[in-house]
Design a protein around this ligand. Structure first.
Ligand code: PHB
Length: 366
């Protein structure tokens, strides 16, 4: 029987164990440039089998929160090089999560103060983060504009270029962020996509942008270094789909022949309950559909896992388990899981923005 602490091959990557650090937004990159403090933070956590970075915009247009690091400018690539080197020096593996927020943004964060972009001009009932008088502050998202058909190839190209930049920055791979109500997820779901062209309407058309992005990224850097994150039923950022099971069934069948490294599933409500009464979803059926279509990627599960839930998930056929908040508070989470604790408690007040406090000062075990 496999356990959390055994090595595993995931695409082109050889991982020391099956414990993954989930992507976590921390808003500590002023001017969108990664800092040396971020290198300390990630390398402290390098005993994870795999680190997934905080979500990282592929373009200025893809940014929706203050002080998140990008991967589209030379100084950003240089900043990430310091991060990846320090993780590798500590024996870890790290992939970058490639992000376009779509409508979850604010004019103040957009190029030229423009409107955030979306599949359709439907505002998200959700908040974003601006720095107001030096303090991270939650504000309503701005009114978006619908992307023109001829703008979509540029977005696909931005993902492709960011994947190439990731290789230049020394990352072991990338994770395409197709979850949590951001751009790709906005296209997938009926609540946010009212388009009548080739990118809206049927399941096939709503999944078109996702598939084009995955093709472009895997063509650029190889499927063995590419993962993808999906959240079939999360209400995060005001997304909803009328019929998610067949939608995601189609998505994973399309992904099956693309030789990805892993599929990363957020089960239930992101950061919330694993079961949502009015949004049932059968994840085992989804995995079975993927396997039946010949998909061989590692299956990564996420949301509210502890040791016993994680061991059970592996028994049930998952390959990797991603831990979020517990990695914020426990840099040596792998060792603490191995010993059965104790675990530090994460401090919500220091999740977003700030410096070392609540970031690099959580203690490791002696
Ligand atoms: C956030 O910044 O709140 C955030 C970012 C990426 C996610 C979820 C939440 O996938």
């Amino acid at each position: 029987m496999s356990t959390l602490f055994e090595p595993v091959a995931v695409g082109d990557l050889q991982l020391a164990n099956r414990v993954v650090m989930a992507p976590l937004t921390r808003n500590r990159a002023p001017g969108a440039v990664p800092t040396p403090l971020m290198a300390t933070y990630y390398s402290q956590r390098a005993t994870a089998g795999l680190l997934v970075t905080e979500a990282t915009p592929v373009s200025h247009q893809g940014q929706g929160y203050a002080d998140v690091p990008g991967l589209y400018a030379p100084e950003q690539i240089a900043g990430w090089q310091i991060v990846t080197k320090s993780v590798h020096d500590a024996g870890g593996k790290i992939v970058v999560q490639l992000w376009h927020v779509g409508r979850v943004s604010h004019n103040d964060l957009q190029p030229g103060g423009g409107a955030p972009v979306a599949p359709s001009a439907i505002r998200a009932q959700t908040k974003t983060v601006l720095i107001v008088d030096g303090v991270p502050t939650f504000v309503d998202t701005s009114e978006p504009r619908a992307l023109a058909l001829d703008e979509l190839p540029g977005i696909v190209k931005d993902f492709r270029q960011a994947a190439l930049n990731a290789v230049e920055a020394g990352f072991d791979g990338v994770e395409i962020h197709a979850a949590n109500g951001y751009l790709i997820d906005q296209f997938l779901k009926t609540g946010s996509n009212h388009r009548t062209d080739a990118y809206g309407g049927s399941i096939e058309d709503r999944a078109r942008l996702l598939i084009e992005v995955v093709k472009a990224v895997t063509d650029a850097i190889g499927g063995g270094r590419t993962g993808i994150r999906l959240s079939p039923v999360t209400p995060a950022n005001d997304v909803v789909d009328a019929d998610p099971q067949p939608l995601f069934d189609h998505v994973v069948r399309q992904l099956a022949p693309m030789n990805l490294a892993y599929l990363h599933l957020i089960e239930g409500a992101t950061g919330g309950p694993r079961e949502i009464a009015d949004r049932p979803f059968d994840y085992a059926a989804l995995r079975a559909a993927y396997r039946a279509a010949g998909g061989k990627a590692a299956w990564m599960v996420n949301n509210g896992y502890d040791l016993s839930l994680a061991e059970q998930a592996l028994k049930d056929g998952a390959d990797l388990v991603a831990f979020g908040k517990s990695f914020i508070a426990n840099p040596d989470l792998v060792e603490r899981l191995r010993r059965g604790g104790p675990f530090n408690t994460p401090d919500r007040n220091t999740f977003y923005g700030g410096g070392e406090q609540g970031y690099t000062d959580y203690p490791a075990l002696a």
